[in-house]
Design a protein around this ligand. Structure first.
Ligand SMILES: Cc1cc2nc3c(=O)[nH]c(=O)nc-3n(C[C@H](O)[C@H](O)[C@H](O)COP(=O)(O)O)c2cc1C
Length: 239
């Protein structure tokens, strides 16, 4: 189905601004099912996202129900067998030398997250346990695994990012939440084998999708943003 074939909805659930403001990375989901039609509608509509040359380079595999249950058990076994992941990585998740201000931004969100669940700075096991929740999609009943053809470069990866943000906002419009997860890149081969992805597909990330557990302290984490003045400025006329 293409997005043109989808019925136009009359009336909006939320404004774009509300969707943007309310989107956050949810790291504890309720088990309630996400209807397949809703997810397919969102993923189809999000394909209205722009892409350079209209390449539409996003490639997806969807998981829920029985397939999700089997995948989670495959992952549990794989983590025991290969705690360091499927080496070598297919892409560097962060630059080796992150530098400032990025290093501090990254450190800060990690500290907020662990503090919210009472995991201290020296509690390596607690941190590992929370990180491992990635591989359960934080309890989400549904997930999308997002690939990009390995021939593609930074412009097409950016296209995929635009697609994903559109998905996340459309999910908000439908009362759903999500969490993008690069953590899946550590198990690229396990994922690729399980979903039978063609060899030319490179796994960028997973997207956990479901209904937020409103009582989970980790979902109350506020992720800060730097001020506009620190990343944007008007260009002055020369001279
Ligand atoms: C591409 C991408 C990958 C991410 N990977 C992970 C991940 O593996 N695990 C995780 O808990 N959060 C992950 N995040 C969530 C970020 O930590 C989060 O977006 C950031 O801290 C800002 O918080 P917010 O999404 O709640 O606004 C990822 C986000 C993006 C965009």
């Amino acid at each position: 189905m293409t997005s043109e074939a989808l019925p136009m909805r009359s009336g909006h659930y939320v404004s774009v601004t509300t969707a943007v403001r309310s989107r956050k990375s949810v790291r504890s989901f309720l088990g309630s099912d996400v209807p397949r039609e809703i997810l397919e509608e969102v993923l189809t509509l999000a394909a209205r996202s722009p892409s350079g040359g209209n390449l539409q380079p996003w490639r997806l595999r969807l998981l829920s129900g029985e397939a999700m249950a089997v995948f989670k058990s495959v992952m549990q076994a794989r983590i025991q067998q290969a705690p360091e992941g499927d080496t070598p990585l297919e892409y560097e998740i962060y630059p080796q030398d992150l530098g400032e201000p990025y290093r501090t931004n990254r450190f800060d969100i990690g500290e907020r997250m662990y503090a919210s669940i009472g995991v201290g700075r020296d509690d390596k096991r607690g941190r590992r346990r929370q990180f491992a929740r990635n591989y359960e999609f934080f309890g989400a009943p549904t997930a999308v695994l997002c690939f990009v053809d390995r021939r593609m470069g930074p412009p097409q990866w950016a296209d995929l990012g635009m697609y994903l943000q559109t998905v996340m906002l459309l999910l908000r419009e439908r009362g759903l939440h999500s969490c993008p997860q690069e953590a899946w890149a550590l198990y690229h081969r396990t994922v690729r084998d399980f979903v039978s992805a063609p060899p030319e597909w490179l796994l960028f990330c997973g997207l956990a999708i479901g209904y937020e557990d409103p009582d989970a302290p980790i979902n109350a984490v506020q992720s800060p943003r730097v001020r506009f003045e620190d990343f944007g400025a008007w260009v002055r006329p020369p001279g």
